[in-house]
Design a protein around this ligand. Structure first.
Ligand SMILES: Cc1cc2nc3c(=O)[nH]c(=O)nc-3n(C[C@H](O)[C@H](O)[C@H](O)COP(=O)(O)O)c2cc1C
Length: 331
């Protein structure tokens, strides 16, 4: 059975990729992932806040709201947690990429294009096969328009693309007023692929302690739906790779994302729940399902449920929405 696939111009033996997480921050784990059957691994992120020389913009971000409400400060996670220095990051990247045969993708995580994006060059030199750029930005400033937010993304992409010659994937959330257009803009700015989607970690309140709680809950399979929708819409419209990320619990989610049109499918929560060996179960589950349904390669499967043949996806989705409301039967 032929499971090989192209992602960012890299040839992968199959479409299952380990996404960025604490599991991908050691040479040993990365090697174990290759042994377990990952087609590629994305390293955990190097954060802008870790590496920037010029701290003014970050100080502005971190102290916004400080004067208005004391508790607001507890929204901001301590920057020292879950961080490694750039040197340590590059050491792990260099050591791991030298010992594995699968592509190792380095990850940069930031919200401005000021100065730090040049560190992508160091990642390229350390042996990264590609860079994944995670732009995790909460546009909470009412003075900043949607257009300004979009420009911010495009500037970061241009800055990173200008610094490296390896492919660059961009990992974003779905919250844009016109996501299809924004996706095209990001590809126009140089993105070789999009990772859909980033998962936003929303705060909660502890009513007894009257404090903000930041419990990181792992994703559930139901969370694939926003990704399914947008990958179905964007399939064959971008001229760039599409990676699906969020909610891959078992082989069913892998297959659904491929049917929507993903080139590769990424997983983190599944591995944190079931261990690194789960990568092999996902690949074997995909192979088994394809075998039972008469597929001998990914090509006929990929995009088979996409909206590429629907003339007006907006009208189609609106009709689905209305039909869904009409068909609902109260229990
Ligand atoms: C504990 C933890 C740490 C993570 N660290 C990173 C990171 O460093 N960089 C990044 O781009 N994504 C990071 N993510 C997000 C994952 O790569 C992934 O996008 C997200 O968990 C959704 O995928 P999933 O449903 O398979 O978990 C992290 C997720 C978890 C749970």
């Amino acid at each position: 059975m032929e499971l090989s696939t192209d992602y960012l111009g890299l040839t992968l033996s199959h479409p299952i990729v380990a996404s960025a997480s604490p599991l991908t921050d050691s040479e040993d784990n990365i090697r174990q992932m290759e042994d377990a059957g990952a087609a590629a691994v994305v390293m955990h992120s190097l954060f802008e806040e870790q590496i920037r020389q010029e701290t003014a913009a970050v100080d502005r971000l971190l102290t916004a709201g400080e004067d208005s409400f004391g508790e607001a400060l507890s929204y901001f996670p301590p920057l020292t947690d879950y961080r490694a220095s750039e040197d340590r990051y590059l050491e792990i990247l260099a050591a791991a990429s030298a010992t594995i045969d699968i592509p190792l993708i380095a990850s940069l995580n930031g919200v401005t294009a000021e100065g730090w994006t040049g560190h992508a060059t160091a990642m390229e030199q350390a042996g990264a096969s590609a860079i994944e750029l995670n732009i995790y930005y909460i546009a909470a400033d009412a003075a900043e328009s949607g257009q300004q937010v979009e420009s911010r993304y495009l500037e970061i992409i241009r800055a990173v693309k200008g610094a490296v010659s390896i492919p660059v994937a961009v990992k974003v959330g779905p919250f844009f007023s016109a996501f299809a257009h924004m996706a095209q803009q990001m590809v126009g700015a140089g993105a070789d692929g999009l990772v859909l989607f980033n998962r936003f970690y929303q705060p909660n309140f502890d009513l007894e302690q009257m404090a903000v709680t930041r419990t990181l809950e792992l994703s559930r399979a139901e969370e694939i739906r926003a990704g399914l929708l947008w990958i179905s819409v964007l399939y064959r419209k971008l001229g760039a790779s599409i990676a699906a990320s969020t909610g891959v619990e078992g082989p069913a989610e892998v297959i659904k994302y491929l049917m929507a049109g993903a080139d590769v499918v990424m997983t983190t929560s599944g591995l944190l729940r079931h261990g690194i060996g789960h990568l092999g179960s996902l690949r074997e589950g995909l192979r088994d399902w394809m075998d039972r349904h008469g597929f001998d390669s990914l090509e006929p499967l990929r995009g088979s449920m996409s909206l590429s043949r629907v003339a007006d996806p907006s009208a189609f989705e609106r009709a689905n929405y209305i039909r869904m409301l009409e068909e609902f039967e109260p229990a």
